[in-house]
Design a protein around this ligand. Structure first.
Ligand SMILES: [Zn+2]
Ligand SMILES: [Zn+2]
Length: 226
């Protein structure tokens, strides 16, 4: 198993630990760190979602002097909650910069490969965000549920004639109109979608027409299921 295989497996299930994956984690510090962070985030999110409404309400009554988010922060770990808050309050022009910053986390996904990601993993990653891909969609070689600005979003790599390109399905981001991205060694676009937005990123130097071709197909192959 190589780094890309590991990301694919963990993208489908952050807690999966098949033997080959365990062996890779033992000798690859980068993947080991990634696996640990994913497992931690996953359990944090589960705990956050399982806070009973009644208990949360009682806590806020008892602690009227403190804002509710502070009481929640005490239970969840202040750093994690503040991180989510700061993503939520991020000013919109920072979206492009956040996307470019996110690209640096998954260098192993940027490969030209004929091997598709497993349909089960792609389905899981998309389903978690309430979306699905039409069968005629471009070949997906990588799919990962990424925590991005407070939400789990599908991060895909599609194999196109213009090379591998990253597609992020951002159902929670509102963009008033298409924005070009040209920074940090990447070129791409963020466009409004039926629900939220799509972002397509490729290495700087990629033909903008090749990027636009991927964007043009997205609207017809992405379905909203949730
Ligand atoms: Zn690795
Ligand atoms: Zn990602």
């Amino acid at each position: 198993m190589n780094c890309l295989d590991v990301r694919r497996v963990l993208g489908g299930d952050p807690t999966a630990r098949p033997v080959a994956l365990v062996a890779h984690l033992a000798e690859c510090p980068t993947c080991a760190r990634h696996a640990k962070q994913l497992a931690r985030l996953d359990s944090l999110i589960h705990r956050a979602l399982s806070v009973p409404v009644r208990a949360a309400a009682a806590a806020s009554v008892e602690q009227t002097a403190r804002p509710r988010w502070l009481a929640l922060a005490a239970g969840l770990g202040a750093a994690a909650v503040l991180a989510v808050l700061s993503w939520t309050l991020y000013p919109q022009p920072a979206l492009a910069t956040a996307l470019v910053g996110h690209m640096g986390h998954e260098p192993a996904s940027w490969v030209r490969t004929p091997v598709p990601a497993s349909p089960a993993a792609v389905g899981y990653v998309l389903g978690r965000a309430g979306v699905a891909l039409a069968p005629e969609a471009a070949q997906v070689s990588y799919a990962h549920s990424c925590l991005f600005r407070g939400w789990y979003v599908p991060h895909l790599v599609v194999q196109t004639p213009g090379g591998p390109m990253t597609v992020m399905v951002l159902t929670h981001e509102k963009v008033p109109r298409a924005m070009r991205i040209d920074e940090g060694g990447y070129r791409g676009v963020i466009v409004p979608a039926a629900r939220g937005a799509f972002a397509v990123l490729a290495p700087a130097g990629t033909d903008p027409a090749a990027i636009d071709a991927v964007v043009a197909r997205l609207a017809s192959v992405v379905r909203y299921t949730g």
